[in-house]
Design a protein around this ligand. Structure first.
Ligand code: CP
Ligand code: NVA
Length: 305
């Protein structure tokens, strides 16, 4: 039976630990070439632009000995030029794995349903599991297994959902501050709460950034306007104006806090330059960890067992 990675729901707490160990081992190997994906072909089917996800996957696949194809939005034109089902069935005849970046999460689910190739979600409107894996590795590198609190400030979006599930699996407490109507999806919170019960994780949802950040070891932010939401820019800028990570907000955090952001970032909106470019920021360690954790995920899902 193939295993897909559509969300961090698709792995267990033990598998999450295993992936983190694997990612750390790949990191320690410093890009040494290996053969976990020898003879395997992976395509990146992207409906949206990408820097980190595309480049880190391409390099990961090359370093693991596989073949990677990048299929830009205009090439496959998922669901428009051809139905998602036909794309899935066709590509399965050529490929071992598809990394899909879509607008709608339902398209990733449909690809998984109709494809015999392994599907990895490279970001949908609902989840960004590869980001979540890299984020948890970054937190673990800084705080180990100590009980850290992760404060997420901003939109309860794809990145927030995967961070929440990833932290719950490892046992990092999570405090999420969003404006009204931008809360994380209730179903995702429910799943996270169930996992949190097993791991002794605390989850707090609030409308007050200061309450979330109080004593936090990690402050995390993402864009206010995600890809595909550009028409809502003016409204979102207004709705999120009190959710900027800046000097006055971080005063409430633990003195050794780290600042995280999945990138791309908008200095002066969700975070000030002083914070993202300051001494507490680990955003480029986090970006680097995308490579190591994707190697972990690819070898876990596609390597010989
Ligand atoms: N964080 C992230 O996924 O970046 P890209 O959109 O550049 O891939
Ligand atoms: N929430 C952002 C993340 C980008 C990596 C988006 O979906 O555009």
């Amino acid at each position: 039976m193939k295993r897909d990675l559509l969300s961090l729901q698709d792995i267990t707490n033990d598998e999450m630990q295993k992936l983190l160990d694997l990612g750390s081992r790949f990191k320690a190997n410093k890009g040494k070439l290996s053969s976990e994906l020898a003879g395997k072909a992976v395509a990146l089917v992207f409906q949206k632009p990408s820097n980190r996800t595309r480049v880190s996957f391409e390099i990961a696949i090359w370093q693991l000995g596989g073949k990677c194809l990048y299929l830009a939005p205009q090439e496959i034109d998922l669901g428009k030029r051809e139905s998602v089902e036909d794309v899935a069935k066709t590509l399965s005849r050529y490929l071992d794995c598809i990394v899909a970046r879509t607008f709608s999460h339902e398209d990733v689910v449909a690809l998984a349903k109709h494809s015999s190739a392994v599907i990895i979600n490279g970001l949908s409107d609902l989840f960004h599991p590869c980001q979540g894996l890299a984020d948890v590795l970054t937190i673990k590198e800084k705080f180990g297994t100590a009980k850290a609190t992760v404060a997420y400030i901003g939109d309860g979006n794809n990145v927030c959902h995967s961070l929440l599930l990833g932290c719950a699996r490892i046992g990092y407490d999570v405090a999420i501050a969003t404006p009204k109507e931008y809360e994380p999806h209730a179903d995702v919170v429910k799943i996270a709460e169930k996992i949190a019960k097993q791991t002794g994780t605390k989850i707090l949802l609030t409308r007050k950034p200061q309450d979330a950040v109080k004593g936090a070891h990690v402050i995390y932010s993402d864009v206010w306007v995600s890809m595909g939401q550009e028409a809502e820019t003016a409204k979102r800028k207004k709705d999120f104006k009190d959710f900027q990570v800046n000097k006055s907000l971080v005063q409430h955090a633990h003195k050794d806090y780290i600042f995280m952001h999945c990138l791309p970032a908008h200095r002066g909106l969700e975070v000030t330059a002083e914070i993202i470019d300051g001494p507490h920021s680990v955003v480029f360690d986090q970006a680097e960890n995308r490579l190591h954790m994707q190697k972990a995920a690819l070898s876990f899902l596609l390597g010989d067992k």
